[in-house]
Design a protein around this ligand. Structure first.
Ligand code: AMP
Length: 422
């Protein structure tokens, strides 16, 4: 019988321990920043009613038209693997009565997302996003707080060169007017644009502006800019956002081509680019109509989301960044010989029972190999049980920094280690 082997599905990957350290570091840094800004963690189900995403993200978007993992369950309900975090969180906000909580309600998440995209570097079919939402605040101060919190996250992660791309895409008053101007401009150029843009012209004209095809670039360059067509309210709102950002010294690039992919965005939209043009590590914006669209009372809101996998790739390319293992090891137990392995197991169990961070080698390896592992893990102490020590029921306690070694009876080792670690 031939042996069948399996691979991860296309566009997915295993996150192995060496990468997990980066994910842990990222989550840690992110949580420190957002919890001090008053956000609380929330986790939503991996799948939701398909209608939630169709309604909120919108027909004519890549996500809804091409990328959703949609299936019928055994009761014939149409479900979709979560492609983004905002719609589920707004669903949870409404379903759990958060409209009656003190506003704004501030929530953050770290969850996997699923999009049936063509896999390439930095683009996966399962990827992790961390993000936060502030629901119930219409003031430009909220926009600036969200943007500057995101900037702080990138800085604290050790990625200070991430640029802020900023635009306003108006509201239900000015957007239809701008879209008419944009369509008028494109009308006699449709024979020059790519096939995707011909489709966008019909179903989602704003997306004409973020097309990456070469042939469409000269047309986009000359296109009318939304910023010149904002209604008074949207104009004043955006102006104040920019002034406040200037006041707190957050630099940004005004980017008239930035429209973001989803229907639910209004007014301020932003993206965070790492180095290369258009390589977005995060993005977000205002979505003042989404709560109402999903059945609640009109509630202004905004949020930010970033792609953890892309950021981990950036972090791994940064040689100056030293990521510490997420859990520091205090004690490493090394052994040699059969009897010593048993003593090592007992010692390790005792250390773990008392909550001391310890690792040990229960395999057959040379003492020098084990000592170098202990060095690599930056353990403070290595406990060594060789054949002689196993026979004598003793343990060598080696202080790694100084190299000093002392011998203790096995039954006194725990007490001594606890004392030294205090
Ligand atoms: P979006 O809301 O689509 O802008 O996604 C937010 C962030 O998630 C993006 O800025 C990317 O960093 C990341 N992201 C989006 N799609 C993918 C994907 N297919 N693979 C990896 N990261 C992604």
């Amino acid at each position: 019988m031939s042996k069948k082997t399996y691979q991860v599905p296309r566009g997915t990957k295993d996150i192995l321990p060496e990468d997990q350290v980066y994910f842990d570091y990222l989550l840690d840094t992110f949580e420190t920043v957002v919890s001090s800004a008053g956000y609380k963690r929330v986790t939503t189900p991996v799948f939701e009613d398909t209608g939630l995403f169709v309604r909120s993200v919108g027909k004519g978007t890549d996500i809804v038209d091409k990328e959703m993992y949609t299936f019928n369950d055994k009761s014939n309900n149409s479900l979709t693997l979560r492609p983004e975090g905002t719609a589920p969180i707004v669903r949870a906000y409404l379903e759990n009565g958060m409209q009656s909580w003190p506003q704004p309600v501030k929530l953050y998440y770290f969850m996997p997302m699923y999009r049936y995209e063509r896999p390439q570097a930095g683009r996966y079919r399962e990827h992790w996003q961390f993000g936060f939402e502030s629901i119930g605040d219409k003031d430009p101060i909220a926009d600036v707080t969200v943007i500057s919190t995101a900037v702080r996250i990138f800085k604290n992660l050790g990625l200070p060169n991430v640029s802020v791309q900023l635009n306003s895409i108006g509201d239900s008053v000015c957007r239809p007017k701008y879209i008419k101007v944009l369509k008028d401009y494109y009308k006699d150029k449709l024979n020059k644009v790519c096939p995707d843009c011909k489709r966008r012209y019909e179903v989602n004209p704003l997306r004409l502006l973020d097309c990456k095809e070469k042939q469409c670039q000269p047309i986009i360059e000359e296109a009318p800019q939304f910023i010149n067509y904002l209604c008074k309210d949207c104009h004043d709102h955006f102006k104040e956002v920019l002034e406040l950002l200037d006041e707190i010294n957050v630099s940004y690039d005004l980017n008239p081509r930035l429209v973001r992919g989803f229907d639910y965005y209004t007014r301020t939209v932003f993206e965070f680019w790492a180095g290369r043009e258009g390589f977005a590590v995060g993005g977000g914006g205002r979505y003042d109509r989404l709560v109402e669209l999903l059945g609640g009372k009109a509630t202004p809101a905004l949020g930010f989301a970033a792609g953890a996998d892309r950021i981990v790739n950036e972090l791994k390319n940064n040689p100056e960044l030293e990521i510490k293992p997420s859990k520091k090891i205090d004690v490493y137990v090394a052994q040699l010989g059969n009897e010593a392995r048993k003593s090592c197991l007992k010692l390790l169990s005792g250390l773990w029972d008392t909550g001391i961070a310890a690792e040990g080698c229960l395999d057959r390896g040379s003492i020098s190999e084990q000592l170098s592992t202990s060095n690599r893990l930056k353990a403070k102490y290595t406990l060594i049980i060789g054949q002689k020590e196993a026979y004598d029921e003793t343990v060598i306690i080696k202080e790694m920094a100084s190299g000093n070694q002392e011998i203790y009876p096995q039954d006194q080792t725990m007490k001594e280690i606890k004392k030294r670690l205090q």
